[in-house]
Design a binder for this molecule. Structure first.
Ligand code: 4AD
Ligand code: MG
Length: 459
């Protein structure tokens, strides 16, 4: 079986083999029997096909193989492909042969409900379940779409190092490690290196894992997450936002085109994603504070204590507190803002004190910086952070000192302001938060194959 002329095919190719004999290599997802007919649901990674065993049509040992097959047993099935609109996927297999590769032990994940910690402890097996399978295929499409868009728009992929001597996004969230005789840190962002690369190539991006030793337990925080970081020479904040809205819209439309079946498995509301197209609304930080405080005051007046978060989310956010000018926006504030729009919304020009050392002050209002965060709709919060960088040598040196950062370690970064400095801008798109939004997930932990969280390093 599986040799000779019978082709080994994938479940997602069955449409090309209707009427023909094929071999499928996979695992038993489910089985059921009804009189003289037995049904095997076989998954092979690309899909699930129903294989039908009819007592009088096959050898007795083939028919009885059904009995020894347990959930997740590895199995090779041969049979004729039939188009059947009632079958899940549209095709089924009329079985002529079965080879059991391994009979699986009692599988821990059964169709009954399991708690999230149990499932996370069994993440190495949970990946096989239908929803998790759909999420990671969408993640793969998100990454491919993002890279295709950038590659087609003049960006060059430049990989950033993971072991670094310095901080990018503040010193409180650094993962420290020993690097021979000195200390090193796992990178928080490839940005500083991309700024160097942009001065060599014009438009560049990196895509890789980044690390934050944040003691946050929210549904948006991972300690290890993947970030896509484009950087552009001769670009300002306006250009930065324009690139972001084009890129994000393209990603969403590609997922709709190529991964619609997976979105359906997740029961995602497709019509909400169909609305995602440029331009995205732009809201200044000042207006954002007013909007948020207006909503909070209205709630207080109505005597509501409602916490943020859409219904069904297991982890509620804390109740939003009134903002004072200068405060950074917290997750509950972002949720209030993003719930007002059907599309992602830019919040731009935050106060200097709320943002990182490298952000360029607005020449017309030096108390704010030329930055923007992109907040996804439906309460998903910030998926992108970015903006224009300081291009003046003296100001950058001054900011490093104000932030208590050792200027010696940043000499190479300062060099970029000494040798042909130009206005430049970029951003970081968090892959897991983007996938969580597109998939409609309650928590980012399902948007990454093996999540690293405050309380989870395993499996
Ligand atoms: O806003 P952040 O911290 O920006 C930077 O790191 C810049 N240096 C990027 C740049 O301009 N090149 O992070 C950017 C994005 C966030 O909007 C969010 O999507 C994601 O990275 N992110 C996280 N995702 C999951 N868990 C965390 N702890 C995250 N921290 C940031
Ligand atoms: Mg940010």
């Amino acid at each position: 079986m599986g040799t000779g002329k019978v082709p080994v095919v994938r479940v997602d190719q069955l449409g090309d083999y209707v009427g023909e004999e094929v071999v499928i290599q996979g695992w038993l997802y489910n089985k059921r029997s009804s009189g003289k007919i037995r049904f095997l649901e076989v998954r092979d990674g690309t899909g699930i096909v129903q294989a039908v065993l009819i007592k009088n049509a096959v050898a007795p040992e083939v028919f009885s193989a059904y009995d020894s097959l347990t959930q997740e047993s590895s199995v090779i099935v041969q049979g004729q492909v039939r188009a059947d609109p009632r079958a899940p996927g549209g095709y089924e297999l009329g079985v002529s042969g079965i080879r059991i590769v391994q009979v699986a032990e009692d599988y821990p994940i059964t169709p009954k409900e399991h708690g999230i910690e149990f499932l996370m402890d069994h993440r190495h097996l949970w990946l096989r379940s239908r929803r998790q399978h759909a999420i990671l295929r969408i993640r793969s499409e998100v990454v491919k779409a993002a890279r295709d868009w950038l590659d087609d728009h003049g960006f060059i992929l430049i990989d950033a190092p993971i072991l670094t001597p310095t901080a990018v996004e503040g010193t409180t969230t650094l993962f420290e490690t020993q690097y021979f005789d000195e200390k090193a840190y796992l990178t928080q962002s490839g940005q500083l290196y991309m700024e160097a690369a942009a001065m060599a190539h014009g438009r560049v991006y990196c895509f890789g894992p980044t690390f934050r030793a944040e003691k946050s337990k929210t549904r948006r925080h991972l300690t290890e997450f993947w970030m896509l970081e484009p950087e552009m020479a001769y670009a300002d904040l306006e250009e930065d936002m324009r690139v972001q809205e084009e890129l994000v819209s393209y990603i969403v439309q590609r997922v709709l085109e190529k991964r619609r079946r997976e979105l359906e498995v997740l029961e995602r509301e497709i019509s909400r994603l169909e609305k995602i197209s440029p331009p995205f609304p732009r809201l200044s930080y000042d207006d954002a504070v007013e909007l948020v405080n207006g909503v909070i005051r209205a709630r207080q007046a109505a005597g509501e204590e409602a916490a943020e978060g859409a219904p069904g989310r297991e982890e509620r956010e804390p109740v939003a507190e009134l903002l004072e000018w200068g405060d950074d926006l917290g997750a509950p504030h972002e949720t209030i803002i993003s719930n007002q729009y059907d599309k992602p919304v830019f919040v731009h020009r935050y106060p200097v004190q709320a943002k990182a050392f490298y952000m360029k002050p607005d020449p017309e209002r030096p108390e704010v910086v030329l930055c923007a965060d992109l907040l996804a709709p439906e309460g998903y919060g910030e998926i992108i952070g970015g903006g224009q960088r300081i291009d003046d040598y003296d100001l950058l040196r001054q900011r490093l000192m104000e932030h208590g950062l050792p200027t010696e370690a940043y000499e190479w970064y300062l060099d970029l302001r000494r040798y042909g400095s130009v206005p430049h801008a970029g951003f970081g798109l968090g892959i897991e938060r983007t996938v969580a939004w597109i998939c409609g997930l309650p928590h980012v932990r399902e948007a990454v194959p093996f999540p690293r969280l405050l309380n989870r390093l395993r499996p």
